[in-house]
Write a protein that binds this ligand. Structure first.
Ligand code: C2E
Ligand code: CA
Ligand code: CA
Length: 692
């Protein structure tokens, strides 16, 4: 039995010597049994443990039961090992012996170390996770938690040391926004111990936690529940911001949509809204009358060109404001684009009265950029009763009536009438005809002499375009605006200049002081090669550039791009002169004159016609002439029809005169006649003054 024991057994005498040793002891210490017997047992123990046996001896004699002791033994190869040692007293004939059993505990220590390692890993993990963790046992007591849990919930650690979970629970519940739901959820989870849970907790202070729990198992048994809490406030805030951004975007889209229906300058509805409204109101069956009032401002282009786009915009805004005031009951008041507006009325008892009111209201003076304007407009009305008509047809009728109002002298309204169609057809035909006028050779030139009263002779001719449309003479006041609108003016202008130069070349070349004046539209100056073209035509005709005068109106200079100014400058450098036509009729003041790159002015015939008896005082005429002279410009007066006018202007030292008094515009073949008539007229003036 002694030798069969798995534990090492030693019987030790009071002096410490070994009396008996078993096989296990021999194995444990690596010493043969016969060597062990008789040796001192202390050699088998590490330093520091060599008194252990003596102590066990002493204890065994006391009343207390003796616990096994942890010691370190020494193997014969010198290695130490952990062991557990217990002892009991044996009686023997030679006195008391101590029976000591020794069991190596090295394997147990290794397991302990593994456990400690695992524990420390777990603790480190628990403490480093951002989640708060709380472990509850089945009996409701707290089995564990991490620091994060305490921090997240603001729980003082001592609170968890107490036996009751009550104060902790109170603290927790006091923080959530909806305590009822929270506690209800807790008891639901408590009632089904094997369920997992997932909730979102809103805190009173604005934080948001995600709360998870799952059962804590030991093998198959459920021994409690693990709770984890995650602070998702930043994530939720980011989500909220993203949501806000989405909402802002949606609002912006809404705004953009509104803009799509609104004219951004005037705030009126736009064309799309009008089209929509018109289509709706014309839908069958129709019980109400529908009136479309189409409005186009008169001469708006001038305001825009002369005073600039800002003034033009101000004007449009003011017109829109007045328009809205005139028709508070309108279904739609829209700006169709440019200076075109439209009013849609349904079931209106008297659309004509409203149209009259619009014309009147709009004509009230307004100050824009320091200049007083009386806006005026042409308005066309088209109405639909019960008969079927398409929206586009009704709008077309209003458009035709509007054009008729313009043709009838502007600043008025006209109601559509089927006869107006004829006028439209005529206008369309006219444009088609004009397109072919130059290729067909229908454009020719009339020359009107311009005389110098001082020199008593013709010094210049103005070339005036003429159109012979298959035997019918279309006046320039009709076809020139049409040519400007349709872009044909460049071709026609070039034709007039070419014909004029060729026909006048012999007369011009007789005297270097003679010149030919040609009218030039603003649109022609937009072409980059205009200046080159002019010089080429002069050269082709064998005429020096200094013989040429270009007549332009002041609208050409306002809002002019640099290329246009460059074109005129290069022409002036080549010797060509520039005259300001229709001077005094535009919007610009006399003061602006000095800024313009011109050499001469032509005083418009409206000022000349103010001279009737020749006895009146007309300071405007004298200041225009003096002003131009002080700027070094020469002055021509247009439309001189009477001797009184000629004398009056001559007295004001006007440099040259043009008008029916001297000669009508004549064909190139009748130049000599024109010159003779003109010089006779001068002589007659001289004779009269001579007599007087
Ligand atoms: P404008 O440049 O002011 O030309 C003078 C106009 O006054 C001419 O009319 C001429 O026939 C007319 N006229 C001359 N003397 C008198 C007079 O004593 N009394 C009256 N009441 N009128 C007189 P016309 O030929 O009908 O030309 C009208 C306008 O057409 C011209 O006005 C000019 O602006 C434009 N125009 C004519 N030819 C051309 C051209 O080749 N190119 C361009 N761009 N415009 C042209
Ligand atoms: Ca002219
Ligand atoms: Ca003129």
């Amino acid at each position: 039995m002694f030798d069969a024991s798995p534990d090492a057994l030693l019987a030790i005498a009071e002096d410490g010597s070994i009396r008996i040793a078993n096989a296990a002891a021999s194995r444990l210490f690596g010493v043969a049994e016969d060597k062990l017997v008789g040796s001192d047992h202390r050699a088998l123990l590490s330093a520091g443990f060599r008194n252990e046996v003596a102590q066990i001896f002493r204890h065994l004699q006391g009343p207390e039961p003796v616990q096994p002791r942890e010691v370190f033994g020494v193997h014969s190869d010198g290695t130490e090992f952990a062991a557990e040692m217990a002892g009991s007293l044996l009686g023997s004939p030679d006195g008391p012996l101590l029976l000591v059993s020794i069991r190596s505990t090295s394997h147990r220590k290794a397991a302990d170390a593994d456990l400690r390692e695992a524990m420390s890993l777990l603790t480190a993990t628990l403490e480093s996770t951002a989640d708060g963790i709380l472990v509850i046992s089945s009996d409701g007591s707290v089995a564990g938690f991490n620091d994060q849990f305490l921090q997240m919930w603001g729980i003082p650690p001592e609170l968890l040391e107490g036996d009751s979970g009550e104060p902790v629970m109170r603290l927790i519940v006091s923080q959530v926004k909806d305590p009822e739901t929270f506690t209800r959820r807790l008891s639901e989870v408590e009632d089904s111990p094997d369920s997992a849970s997932q909730d979102v907790l809103e805190f009173k202070d604005g934080r948001t936690f995600e709360q998870y729990s799952r059962p804590r198992r030991l093998g198959e048994r459920i021994v409690g529940r693990v709770w984890s809490f995650r602070d998702v406030t930043p994530r939720r805030k980011a989500q909220e911001q993203a949501q806000q951004a989405m909402q802002d975007l949606a609002a912006q889209a809404e705004q953009l949509r509104a803009l799509a229906f609104q004219d951004s300058l005037t705030g009126l509805a736009n064309r799309a809204v009008f089209n929509d409204g018109l289509a709706t109101s014309l839908r069958e069956p129709r019980l109400k009358t529908v009136d479309v009032l189409l409005i186009d401002l008169d001469d708006f282009k001038e305001v825009n060109d002369i005073l600039g786009h800002q003034a033009g915009d101000d004007m449009l805004v003011e017109v829109a404001r007045r328009l809205r005031g005139c028709v508070p009951t309108a279904d739609v008041v829209a700006r169709l684009g440019g200076d075109e507006f439209v009013v849609l009325l349904t079931a209106c008892p008297d659309a004509d009265a409203i149209a009259a009111c619009i014309v009147r209201c709009l004509h009230v003076p307004v100050t824009i950029s320091g200049t007083v304007f009386r806006p005026s407009l042409s308005l066309g009305i088209a109405s639909a009763g019960s008969e079927a008509i398409s929206p586009s047809e009704l709008l077309r009728q209003a458009d035709i009536a509007m054009y008729a109002a313009k043709a009838a002298g502007k600043n008025r309204f006209l109601r559509f009438h089927p006869e107006m169609m004829a006028a439209l057809v005529h206008r369309t035909n006219m444009e088609a005809g004009l397109r072919l006028a130059v290729p067909r050779g229908e454009i020719y030139v009339a020359f009107q002499p311009i005389v110098s009263p001082r020199m008593g002779q013709v010094v210049q001719f103005e070339a005036l375009a003429r159109w012979d449309r298959g035997g019918e003479r279309v006046p320039p006041s009709v076809f020139i605006p049409l040519a400007e609108r349709s872009g044909l003016i460049s071709e026609i202008g070039e034709e007039v200049m070419a014909l004029g130069l060729v026909q006048l070349a012999p007369w011009l070349n007789e005297d270097p002081s003679r010149s030919l004046a040609v009218n030039v539209s603003g649109m022609q100056l937009q072409y980059a090669h205009f200046a080159d073209g002019v010089l080429r035509l002069a050269e082709a005709a064998g005429v020096g550039a200094y013989h040429l005068v270009l007549e332009v109106t002041e609208s050409v200079f306002f809002d002019a791009d640099p290329s246009l100014i460059r074109q005129l400058s290069s022409l002036r450098e080549a010797g060509v002169r520039v005259a300001l036509d229709d001077f005094g009729t535009g919007y610009s003041s006399l003061g602006r004159l000095q800024e313009l790159p011109v050499d001469a002015v032509k005083i418009d015939r409206t000022f000349v016609s103010m001279v009737r008896t020749g006895e009146e005082r007309l300071p405007i005429l004298s200041s225009m002439i003096n002003m131009a002279h002080s700027l070094g410009l020469t002055v021509t007066a247009e439309g001189v029809e009477t001797a009184q006018q000629a004398d009056y202007l001559t007295a004001l030292e006007c440099d040259s005169l043009q008008g029916y008094l001297f000669s009508l515009p004549e064909l190139g073949s009748r130049l000599e006649l024109a010159v003779r008539q003109a010089e006779q007229a001068i002589d007659a003036l001289d004779g009269r003054t001579g007599q007087a």
